[in-house]
Design a protein around this ligand. Structure first.
Ligand code: G6Q
Length: 547
């Protein structure tokens, strides 16, 4: 395993030598030269299909990338993660989101504790509780079943359950409406509580640390809102908590019987598989939640055992790395051609940017290449009518991940054909572009005179050669979604190994948790304004004058 600077590894040097040629390749030519390219550069795993043929790579590029992964110790580090080694070396923690979806008969000890038994004990409690709420046997304090569930959490305690509840809305319980409050901005909780009846509302306070200021403030506000119309002893029927911090939950006044624990070896952004997924299990039922876990587990097994040359997360990661390091792609656009995946880009944004948005290696040395690109995106076809312009003709190279389901969960077949046609047409257009001669031929056919044709040619030319991956599922089932999320988790892991960064800490996010405290006390008058810079002083003064 190499801890050498990335650029000094043998495989990186070989890639750097190979790159100038590869940078000149046109994907049109690569396809023309190899009729088998699609067969060669696509694969199936855990019910997902990945086409990575529309990338500026050939067999040699992939070979060199796989060599780099080996030289960086990917296989050993993968095994270290799966077996509970403390690979989160700045927090001294194991990284075991994979254990959250391991079957009951698996076994894994961390610090002498059987984590699989712990995981399934909590899952059994999740099943019991969610069955009761869904069946209507869990009653609010006036004897009515729950109709509305409000998850209060932020970051990893919000983005996962929210994304999955939206993605699986087809499976949702007809009586239960799900709400998510994350922002400390009172407009968020205000909008969410607008039409709710406290007597039929269940609050989930979700916080790994149970100290996060936004979540604590929203939870206190929800508690006060609830107690306006209910007695204290009704809280136990309406407030549950998910956390690793039992003491703090008790101090908040939540019944210990209503606590769903998880563990410090689950990172926030990797926690949807734990009791943080409680809103998902409530919405779709424990059976489908278990399918979601099973889909992820199938991807885990593929990732853990498939040779790197045929390993879907590894290939996705290696190609992303190639695009970043050697084609200069500073961002990646995620384009789900599925409306129910509309929160997926935001979810991936946290997963990837919080994990690999790092500038020092695991040993504290400055990295010697760029690391995580910016991840962003929105649903196709909406993006096509907005920012796709920049992707087609802007000055930066932005690779795209297309994600689609072959079959819809609705009956409007004509819509689905139109959707898929757009998805495939875009990936083709990004690859092929449109040459000046093709533009000329088009315009001439429309009867434009020669001068007008030449005036328009530069504007209507598309460089193409823009890399993309296409990921297909048959239906967007809980199983497929689990596999899809795990695919991206492992992609992030592999890239972290290549860059030799700790993908499992988040000191930049921790900073945000303390920064605001001082100014908040100045704003609310508890502390005398300190001397900040003139801008910050001026902004505080304006806010105080407006109160
Ligand atoms: C995730 C991050 C971060 C975290 C939130 C909420 O990996 O650490 O997004 O999830 O800051 O933290 P709590 O769950 O502790 O409230």
């Amino acid at each position: 395993m190499s801890h050498a600077a990335l650029t000094s590894t043998t495989a990186f040097k070989a890639l750097a030598q190979h790159a100038p040629d590869a940078q000149r390749w046109s994907m049109r030519d690569l396809f023309a030269e190899d009729p088998q390219r699609f067969e060669r550069m696509s694969l199936e795993a855990a019910g997902l299909f990945l086409d990575y043929s529309k990338n500026r790579v050939d067999g040699r590029t992939l070979e060199l990338l796989v060599s780099l992964a080996r030289e960086r110790g990917l296989e050993q580090q993968r095994e270290a993660m799966f077996t509970g080694a403390k690979i989160n070396n700045t927090e001294g923690r194991a990284v075991l989101h994979t254990a959250l979806r391991a079957p009951r008969d698996a076994s894994l000890a961390v610090d002498g504790q059987d984590v699989i038994a712990d995981v399934h004990a909590v899952l059994d409690r999740v099943r019991g509780f969610t069955d009761a709420v869904r069946s209507g046997s869990w009653l609010g304090h006036t004897g009515k079943p729950i109709t509305d569930v409000v998850n209060i959490g932020i970051g990893g305690s919000d983005l996962g359950p929210k994304m999955v509840c939206l993605a699986l809305r087809q499976y949702a319980h007809p009586r239960l409406r799900m709400h998510f409050v994350s922002n400390v901005d009172g407009h968020d909780i205000d909008a969410n509580l607008q039409d709710l009846d406290p007597a039929t509302t269940l609050f989930i306070v979700a916080s790994k640390t149970f100290t996060t200021a936004e979540t604590m403030m929203n939870a206190q506000t929800a508690r006060a809102w609830f107690l306006r119309s209910a007695p204290e002893d009704a809280l136990a029927r309406h407030f549950v908590a998910v956390s690793t911090n039992t003491e703090a939950i008790r101090a908040f006044g939540i019944d210990p019987a209503n606590m769903f624990p998880f563990w410090d070896w689950v990172g926030g952004r990797y926690s949807v598989w734990s009791a943080i997924g409680l809103p998902v299990a409530l919405a779709v039922g424990f059976g489908y939640f278990a399918d979601f876990l099973a889909g992820a587990h199938e991807m885990d097994q593929h990732f853990r055992s498939a040779p790197l040359e045929e390993n879907m997360p590894a290939l996705l990661a290696l190609i992303g790395f190639w695009n970043r390091q050697f084609l200069g792609a500073g961002s990646v656009s995620i384009a789900p051609y599925h409306q129910d995946l509309n929160r997926f880009p935001a979810y991936l944004q946290q997963l990837d940017m919080e994990s690999n948005g790092k500038r020092v290696t695991r040993d504290g040395q400055p990295v010697d290449t760029p690391t995580c690109p910016v991840i962003w995106g929105d649903c196709g076809t909406n993006g096509q009518h907005a920012y796709f312009q920049l992707l087609h003709q802007g000055t930066d190279l932005t690779p795209i991940d297309f994600i689609a389901a072959l079959r819809p969960a609705h009956e409007y077949e004509n819509h689905h054909a139109a959707l898929l046609a757009n998805c495939f047409a875009q990936s083709e257009a990004f690859m092929k572009g449109k040459t000046p001669d093709e533009v000329r031929a088009d315009l001439a056919q429309q009867g434009l005179d020669a001068a007008e044709v030449e005036r328009l040619v530069p504007h209507k030319t598309f460089p193409g050669n823009i890399p993309s991956n296409t990921i297909l599922v048959e239906y967007l089932t809980p199983h497929a979604l689990g596999a899809l999320v795990a695919l991206y988790e492992h992609r992030t892991f592999v890239q972290g190994v290549l860059w030799n960064v700790n993908s499992f800490d988040q000191w930049g996010v921790e900073l945000g948790k303390v920064l605001a405290r001082k100014i908040e006390s100045e704003l609310t008058g508890q502390a005398q304004p300190d001397l900040h810079d003139s801008s910050t002083n001026g902004l505080i003064a304006r806010a105080k004058a407006a109160v």
